[in-house]
Ligand binder design. Structure first.
Ligand SMILES: Nc1ncnc2c1ncn2[C@@H]1O[C@H](COP(=O)(O)OP(=O)(O)OP(=O)(O)O)[C@@H](O)[C@H]1O
Length: 258
């Protein structure tokens, strides 16, 4: 069943180099895409192809210049609690503990401390931070802080989790561990994920689908359904067949001057 529909979406920005605002930059050009419930879609493409712009429009942080984005049949006009967002940096409050960060949205809504603490625990356990509830972000590793950000997004029980290169700053080993954790969390929470990355391996490690985007103006070159068993083996011939296919799609892009 379709949960997210991106229907002929284009996005023009004023060219920041033109102070008078007479020229525009086309970041996205006529994107149409559907994401089914419980799918894990990776948006993959070179830097500047508009991945974050598209994700921000699903989140309701930005609006299309033309076309529409709908989630659950409703046209997106603003952020909403049906969509959780995990940023590249975890954006935690350094003066709050792990559980206070996870429960942030609940306490903001006026829920009492005991109840919000209880609600937060389930998600702290889900991201395997049990025992770290009273630690501060500065006492945790980058990967652990990112888990706090994921738990905070999950707590609102969103239909969709939107993730903008959340593991970009992590080392390879931690990134691989986080991939396994995220797949487990995705299955356990039965959520739908849209995940932005420029890593081919990352997209193939995670996605049920990979939307390969072209360099600016961003278009969908191909939507691939990834038919690989989990846990995914990055050394398997099938994994490398997908990788070769994507590389071939992206290769001519490298030659296009930006
Ligand atoms: N607010 C803005 N004003 C002007 N141009 C913008 C704005 N936001 C994005 N752009 C331009 O739109 C294009 C797409 O940007 P976007 O950040 O969505 O790309 P991306 O694929 O996420 O890149 P990266 O992987 O480097 O984060 C870029 O050329 C960028 O310069």
């Amino acid at each position: 069943m379709t949960l997210i529909t991106i229907d002929h979406v284009s996005r023009l920005f004023n060219d920041p180099r033109d102070r008078k605002g007479n020229t525009t930059v086309k970041a996205l050009d006529d994107i149409s895409l559907s994401v089914g419930r419980n799918e894990f879609l990776c948006l993959l493409g070179p830097s500047g192809c508009g991945k974050s712009t598209l994700l921000n429009m699903i989140a309701g942080f930005d609006k299309p210049s033309s076309g529409t984005v709908s989630v659950g049949g409703q046209v997106v006009t603003a952020p909403g609690s049906d969509r959780g967002f995990v940023f590249q940096q975890p954006t935690l409050m350094p003066w709050l503990t792990v559980w206070e960060n996870v429960a942030f949205h609940l306490t903001m809504r006026g829920m009492d401390k005991r109840e919000s603490r209880e609600k937060a625990q389930r998600f702290i356990d889900m991201v395997r931070l049990t025992g770290f509830e009273n630690h501060f972000p500065s006492e945790l590793s980058g990967g652990m802080n990112q888990r706090v950000g994921i738990a905070r997004a999950l707590l609102m029980n969103p239909e969709v989790i939107l993730m903008d290169e959340p593991f970009g700053a992590l080392d390879e080993q931690t990134k691989m561990e986080m991939h396994a954790e995220l797949v487990r969390i995705w299955r356990e929470s039965q959520s739908t994920i849209v995940f932005v990355t420029h890593g081919i391996d990352e997209s193939l490690a995670l996605g049920t689908h990979v939307a390969v985007m072209s360099a600016r103006p961003g278009r969908i070159r191909e939507l691939l359904a990834i038919d690989l068993p989990r846990p995914r083996d990055a050394t398997s011939p099938q994994f490398n067949d997908y990788k070769r296919h994507i590389l071939q799609m992206l290769r001519p892009e490298a030659a296009v001057p930006v």
